[in-house]
Write a protein of this length. Structure first.
Length: 143
């Protein structure tokens, strides 16, 4: 499991920019960014190299930020690659709450938040899928 930074922002102009600037000034490197919105607020999900430093910087900028444990799975970058992962998750009776993907070096990584994080990685590794670990993403000061 890795830490995802989750930020709640008002759904109004000029809220994402200050968050990005705060991360840059804190020397945090983003690997992935996903935004979902409602009429009143946005949920920003970030995978980065320094999640603890990211939360501190975002909070210092005046926004609410936390970390959430998520699974990050290496998936073959081929048509149907995601379907195989979802077959394993579905057969395990695990419900996907949300998911998104990003390219990392030479692979495709799918990030999953599920209702039973404890069993997710075991089910996937037993089926031959690799997972990203903190040491794959984090700066040395976060390990």
């Amino acid at each position: 499991m890795i830490d995802q930074v989750t930020v709640l922002l008002p759904n109004e102009p000029n809220t994402l920019g200050p968050v990005a600037r705060a991360l840059g000034e804190a020397n945090v490197q983003m690997h992935a960014l996903m935004i979902a919105d409602t009429s009143e607020f946005g949920i920003v999900r970030i995978i980065c190299d320094r999640p603890k430093a990211a939360v501190e910087a975002i909070q210092k900028a005046g926004y609410n930020a936390t970390t959430t444990k998520v699974g990050a799975i290496d998936v073959p970058n081929v048509p149907g690659g995601l379907a195989g992962v979802l077959d394993v998750i579905g057969a395990s009776g695990i419900n996907v709450e949300y998911a998104y993907c990003f390219g990392f070096e030479d692979r495709c990584v799918y990030v999953f938040k599920v209702n039973e994080n404890e069993g997710l990685l075991d089910h996937l590794s037993e089926s031959g899928y690799g997972t990203l670990q903190p040491q794959d993403l984090y700066a040395d000061d976060e390990l």
